[in-house]
Design a protein around this ligand. Structure first.
Ligand code: ADP
Length: 247
């Protein structure tokens, strides 16, 4: 049962990596961008509404996006796990996802952040514009999407960093090398987390204290002890994450 989320700026190869990572963990992907594009091409009522925003590189309003995701996350095929691609992107979307997951007694296991320099993102977008002909892959619309990413979605990244579940991955270079890096990073993170949780449960039950020296040995490189002996992994080059309680 793995519940993952992938976040990255436009042109970061998020969609491509989502498919490969999901295949590895044997979970379905849910891509809000893809769902919107399918609806636009079929001219459904949602598609007609969403097209107004997609074409300009703007966010589809939260109430539409949240309703769509809520509906999809209740589907039976997603109960064993999923990889969300492109959601949440705003603070209210985080709240909605927290509520949906809590109502199912679920939680996110890890959030993969793909990082790449803006110059590389632009080059990739121009290539994709030729290959796929996406309407929102023009230089002006791309820049607007990138601005939105830096101004709004970056906050989403910060929240998950605060909760200690962010796994930052270098998203530059060859796509298959990025996949290998991303899968290895997630596997390592999940293993560390499980081992730490087992450790806390066992020792805390026995002694009423956190793992202490054992927690230190298990702490991933760069992580700092959090309140109660918990650890938070180092997040990219932003330094150690603060522990920020989840829902
Ligand atoms: P990219 O990451 O390259 O922007 P996506 O396929 O993830 O591509 O998204 C394409 C478009 O779909 C976005 O620019 C936006 O208009 C819309 N969209 C996707 N996900 C969301 C979301 N969570 N909230 C609002 N709009 C979204």
């Amino acid at each position: 049962m793995t519940r993952l989320l992938i976040i990255g700026p436009p042109g970061s190869g998020k969609g491509t990596q989502a498919v490969q990572i999901a295949k590895h963990f044997r979970i379905p992907t849910v891509s809000t961008g893809e769902i919107f594009r399918i609806n636009v091409s079929h001219e459904t009522p949602l598609g007609v509404e969403a097209a107004k925003y997609l074409d300009d590189g703007a966010f589809v309003p939260d109430h539409l996006t949240n309703a769509l995701v809520k509906d999809r996350l209740l589907d039976a095929d997603l109960q064993p796990g999923f990889l969300l691609d492109g959601y949440p992107r705003t603070a209210p979307q985080i709240v909605e996802l927290d509520n949906i997951l809590a109502s199912q007694s679920h939680r996110l296991d890890a959030v993969v952040e793909l990082r790449a320099p803006d110059s590389e993102l632009e080059q990739r977008m121009l290539r994709r514009a030729k290959e796929q002909g996406r309407k929102d892959d023009t230089i002006d619309v791309f820049r607007h999407r990138l601005d939105l990413y830096h101004s709004e979605t970056h906050e989403v990244v910060a929240v998950y960093a605060g909760r200690g579940i962010l796994v930052s991955v270098d998203g530059s270079g060859d796509p298959s090398a990025i996949t290998t890096r991303a899968i290895a990073a997630v596997e390592k993170f999940l293993a560390t987390r499980v081992s730490h949780e087992n450790c806390s449960d066992r020792r805390q039950r026995k002694t009423g204290t956190a793992c202490g020296p054992q927690a230190d040995r298990r702490r991933p490189p760069g992580a700092e002890p959090g309140p109660g002996g918990g650890t938070a992994p180092r997040v990219g080059n932003r330094g150690p994450a603060q522990l920020w309680p989840g829902p």
